[in-house]
Design a protein around this ligand. Structure first.
Ligand code: ADP
Ligand code: MG
Length: 566
């Protein structure tokens, strides 16, 4: 029998698979199941266009069979199968899309992370097997064929005896080594786990016969029951993912259960968004706004991202490209038929597609938060308590490029009503003569309330934002203004206030000589802690206050002073 050689790039990829140091070898199963599912899809599409053929769902399934005695694992499907020519074309060459013109093997090694995320397709079988046999019969041919390969040196094709259309892939597992226990892939629980993890939402049943144990019929009511083993044919995957269902069929409970089942979080989510987009890029997504920040949320350990599926197959657990940083708290899943599982399709293309989805997610989450802010203030405040700091960081992060979009999501403590207010609310009730948006900073609301300047501004019946977090002032510094009203710290020298009326008579800009001496003496006593001591016409109950020369608050100046100098 003639042994054929792999096309050169395929050979290179194959070499890499065979000698792979790649730890995530388990994805081979996901790849083979996804091929099986594709093959069944193809039969399904065929029956749609061919009136003579019928598609009986029961006839279509994927079967996994571990054989410990022979150390083989088979994955069989009732899909479209391959003709001799197709076998040669599809398994002899890595994807024809020209894909694997990887520049060098080294680059390829570096790209292994990508391979893990997007898959390498059929050849991944050689990460765990040193010999692979594919017996397949095409739906269009009577004759079946057997493709055999022991790795990079080539493959053979010979006629087989299979009578029904479909394919059976048999993997002869590699010998165990110190680092790899390939026998593991013969354990039913391990297979079950891998299917649930990577292939749970494949839309055809993935079956496996396993040995189970049960109480015998004869002893079922006895006090000393006897057990027997029996063979049970089980479906391992749950098949229909909730995101493919119609929104109208689903209740809030369904969404919450999914959130918990998927371990997206342990809290009760505040809101969910179910997206079903058809078009240039078709995809479905379910997104959640959690009710609580994960314990590591505000640390470097936290990784943002959504689960990414390619037509029901998990390809990435945390796809960070799908979320902007300021919405890093969003949890959920995205499934698209248009995102290829195979790395052989252009990665760049992939990026473009992800960006498209990410933009949509961004705008839908924004809409959802806006809706919440307008219609359900209590829930929104809960949200803001958990994730408000992330929104604040978002306004000044990246040179404030997203500030216009995020500023309306901000809430601040305020001197009015003791409630959290938005900037819009603040500005909408500003008296006509009020020039600035005033803010006061301090470590607590109580401390801020006591500031002499706060009572001065309150006296004018102006509202003040109370900023208690260090990052708050980065926000006001970045925004600078809101609806053309500038932010102004109450500790600023120029508060933009008219001098109080009752002092008008004896008030002149000139400070008397005696006063001048007094001020100089004070400065002498206080020393370098202050730059200057001045009089003011605004104080009422207090004798003095501290103010700054620039428009930063004292707290901000202190923060900046403690930061490492660049
Ligand atoms: P991809 O699935 O991205 O096309 P693969 O390397 O996984 O790349 O598979 C290569 C090709 O081999 C598939 O496109 C398909 O034509 C064929 N193939 C693989 N497995 C099967 C199968 N179980 N049944 C039918 N065809 C298959
Ligand atoms: Mg594939």
């Amino acid at each position: 029998m003639e042994k054929k050689e792999f096309k050169s790039e395929s050979k290179r990829l194959m070499d890499l698979m065979i000698n792979s140091i790649y730890t995530n070898k388990e994805i081979f199963l996901r790849e083979l199941i996804s091929n099986a599912s594709d093959a069944i899809d193809k039969v399904y599409y065929k029956t749609l266009t061919d009136k003579d053929k019928e598609f009986n769902k029961e006839d279509y399934y994927i079967r996994i069979h571990p054989d410990k005695d022979n150390r083989t694992l088979t994955i069989e499907d009732t899909g479209i199968g391959m003709t001799e020519l197709e076998l040669d074309d599809n398994l002899g060459t890595i994807a024809k899309s020209g894909s694997c013109d990887f520049k060098s093997e080294q680059e390829m090694e570096e790209d292994f992370d990508i391979i893990g995320q997007f898959g390498v397709g059929f050849y991944s079988a050689f990460m765990v097997a040193d010999k692979v046999i594919v017996e397949t019969k095409s739906i269009d041919e009577e004759q079946s064929y057997i493709w055999t390969s022991e790795g990079a040196d080539g493959y053979t094709i010979e006629p087989g005896t299979r009578k029904t259309h479909g394919s059976k892939i048999t993997l002869f597992l590699k010998e165990n080594s110190e680092d790899n226990n390939y026998d593991d892939y013969l354990e039913p629980y391990r297979i079950q786990h891998l299917v649930e993890h990577y292939s749970n939402f494949i839309s055809y049943p993935i079956k496996m016969v396993t040995e189970k144990s049960r109480v015998t019929e004869a002893t079922k009511d006895s006090e000393n029951p006897e057990y027997e083993t029996y063979l049970s044919d089980d479906v391992l995957n749950s098949m229909i993912p909730i995101w493919r269902k119609n929104k109208n069929e689903l209740t809030d409970d369904d969404y919450n259960n999914f959130y918990h089942d998927k371990r997206l979080g342990f809290d009760a989510p505040l809101a969910h968004v179910h997206l079903s987009v058809e078009g240039m890029m078709s995809y479905k997504a379910i997104l959640y706004i959690p009710g609580q920040a994960p314990f590591d949320y505000y640390t470097r350990d936290y990784e943002k991202g959504l689960e990414l599926y390619s037509n029901g197959v998990l390809i990435m657990e945390k796809c960070s490209e799908l979320l902007p940083d300021y919405f890093s708290f969003v949890k959920g899943v995205v499934d698209s038929e248009d995102i290829s599982l195979n790395i052989s399709r252009e990665m760049l293309q992939q990026d473009k597609q992800l960006r498209l989805i990410s933009r949509k997610i961004d705008s839908r989450i924004s809409e959802e938060l806006k809706k919440m802010l307008e219609n359900d203030r209590e829930t929104y405040e809960k949200f803001f308590k958990a994730f408000g700091n992330q929104i604040k960081v978002g306004t000044y992060d990246k040179w404030g490029q997203d500030k216009d979009k995020l500023q309306d999501f901000l809430l601040f403590h305020s001197s009015k009503e003791g409630k959290l207010v938005t900037l819009k609310e603040y500005v909408s009730r500003m008296p006509e003569d009020q020039k600035y948006i005033y803010y006061a900073t301090g470590s607590s609301l109580g401390q801020i309330e006591k500031l002499p300047q706060v009572s001065i501004i309150k006296d004018k019946n102006y509202e003040i934002l109370y900023l208690t977090e260090t990052i708050d002032e980065f926000v006001t510094q970045t925004l600078r203004q809101y609806e053309e009203k500038e932010f102004r710290s109450v500790s600023s020298q120029d508060l933009g206030l008219e001098a109080p009326k009752e002092n008008d008579d004896d008030q002149s800009d000139e400070v008397s000589e005696i006063d001048q001496k007094l001020l100089e003496k004070m400065k002498e006593i206080i020393g370098d802690d202050v730059v200057k001591v001045k009089t003011t016409a605004h104080l009422k109950d207090d004798v003095a206050y501290l103010s700054t020369e620039g428009d930063l608050s004292i707290e901000m100046e202190m923060t900046l002073n403690t930061m490492p100098q660049g």
